[in-house]
Design a protein around this ligand. Structure first.
Ligand SMILES: [Zn+2]
Length: 243
């Protein structure tokens, strides 16, 4: 009969790592859901800022056009009354009217843009307040979760430090089996019988197999469903270490 101790230790190690990793995934989901509204608002802020930037750019162009029209009008207003040639006078007067019309249109556009920019600035101010509140409530809820996750990660790396030593201490045939399972991405190749089930595949195993293992905890069995190595741990000082 092989020494069962390395198998038990490895089963504990793999089980605890799996539990801790699952807890981390759960915590990640919780952390993400805490951020959901905050991220939405941040995205909204970015969109509004982009919109504001575009209007500012467009406004510059219109302002430039307005200034040109204004200069032209100023020039024509002094020139036109002094034109003696009738034909030239009519043409210049028409040009002045056109320029005034154009300047009026530009002015309207500038006004519209100013209103829109003011609206956007108000929205952005309100968003900034909402984001500050959301950020603080996010930290209230998420910081302990993040801390919890970091603790789990520390535990995982602590447990993992002697993992390869444990694998090396396995009896040779079992080590070969273990290494092959890891290559095939089978998690917990050596696992406990738990509530009459294989804790690797969660399928129920025959009562006889369970009884035999319980009667002789220094032996091991093979799960008939997933072919994992099954071990039994008498219920003493069980410490999962998981969050
Ligand atoms: Zn199984």
């Amino acid at each position: 009969m092989p020494d069962i101790q390395p198998l038990l230790e490895l089963a504990v190690s793999d089980r605890d790592i799996t539990l801790l990793k699952n807890a981390c995934v759960k915590l990640d989901t919780m952390i993400k859901s805490c951020r959901e509204e905050l991220d939405q608002r941040l995205q909204e802020k970015e969109m509004k800022m982009e919109e504001l930037k575009q209007i500012e750019e467009a406004r510059k162009e219109i302002q430039f056009k307005f200034d040109l029209q204004d200069q032209l009008i100023g020039k024509l207003e002094t020139q036109v009354p002094n034109i003696r040639n009738q034909k030239e006078y009519v043409a210049s007067k028409k040009q002045l009217e056109e320029a005034r019309k154009g300047r009026g249109q530009s002015e309207e556009m500038l006004l519209e843009m100013d209103i829109k920019m003011e609206e956007l600035n108000t929205i952005l101010e309100n968003l900034a307040k909402v984001i500050t509140d959301l950020e603080s409530s996010y930290h209230d809820v998420a910081d302990p979760l993040i801390e919890n996750k970091e603790e789990n990660q520390t535990k995982i790396s602590e447990i993992s430090t002697n993992h390869s030593d444990l694998v090396d201490s396995l009896p040779k045939p079992i080590k070969r089996f273990y290494d092959k399972c890891i290559l095939n991405h089978m998690h917990q190749p050596i696992c406990f019988i738990l509530e009459k089930c294989c804790s690797g595949c969660n399928m129920m195993v025959q009562p006889q197999l369970v009884n035999e293992l319980m009667a002789n905890p220094s032996s091991y069995k093979t799960c008939p469903h997933c072919s994992r190595v099954l071990v039994y741990q008498p219920p003493v000082e069980e410490e999962s270490g998981a969050a």
